[in-house]
Design a protein around this ligand. Structure first.
Ligand code: FES
Ligand code: FES
Length: 169
């Protein structure tokens, strides 16, 4: 049975007509043509599909769209604007500082996991701007990189944390 849902995705109101149990990931990819979230395992095991819902990371592959009606969904594409809002910057940066740090550290290999890595790390730094290495490792646990770039991911999150601390208006 198809139903109509109003979603707020990356700050924009969106109306979609889908079955209530349709995974949020399918709606983002197929109805809204967003390419940040990725389909990996489809079982909430890898994190490649992650998005923020009211600032909290969720696995979009197993989240029914009906669960997020009326909530604020942020995908990788919306992170720079969310960051500008959080820091009260006059303009969103071209890249979220985490994305820039991942580039600067040359962390991505195939890049498939980096949607989820960026979303999960953005959740962390919004809650805890200066995490310890142990806190980063603990928070990122459960996000899988099949290319094994974990040491570079860790360094990039630390770099972004330092840069973001200086981005105060
Ligand atoms: S695709 Fe959602 S956790 Fe793997
Ligand atoms: S860079 Fe390939 S899965 Fe992480």
């Amino acid at each position: 049975m198809t139903d109509s849902f109003k979603l707020k995705v990356n700050g924009r109101e969106q109306a979609v007509s889908v079955s209530p149990d349709t995974p949020l990931l399918y709606v983002l990819m197929n109805e809204l043509a967003l390419r940040g979230p990725r389909f990996g395992c489809g079982l909430a095991q890898c994190g490649s599909c992650s998005v923020l819902v009211d600032g909290v990371e969720v696995r979009a592959c197993v989240t029914p769209v009906s669960n997020v009606a009326g909530k604020a969904v942020t995908t990788l594409e919306g992170l720079p604007a969310l960051y500008a809002e959080q820091k009260r910057l006059p303009q969103p940066p071209a890249l979220h500082p985490l994305s820039q740090a991942f580039v600067d550290q040359q962390a991505p290999q195939c890049g498939y996991c980096f949607n989820g890595m960026t979303i999960k790390a953005a959740e962390l730094l919004a809650q805890n701007p200066k995490p310890t290495e142990a806190q980063i490792r603990s928070h990122m646990d459960g996000h899988i990189c099949r290319c094994g770039t974990y040491p570079l991911i860790l360094k990039a999150i630390q770099l972004a944390s330092i840069r973001m601390a200086g981005d105060v208006r």
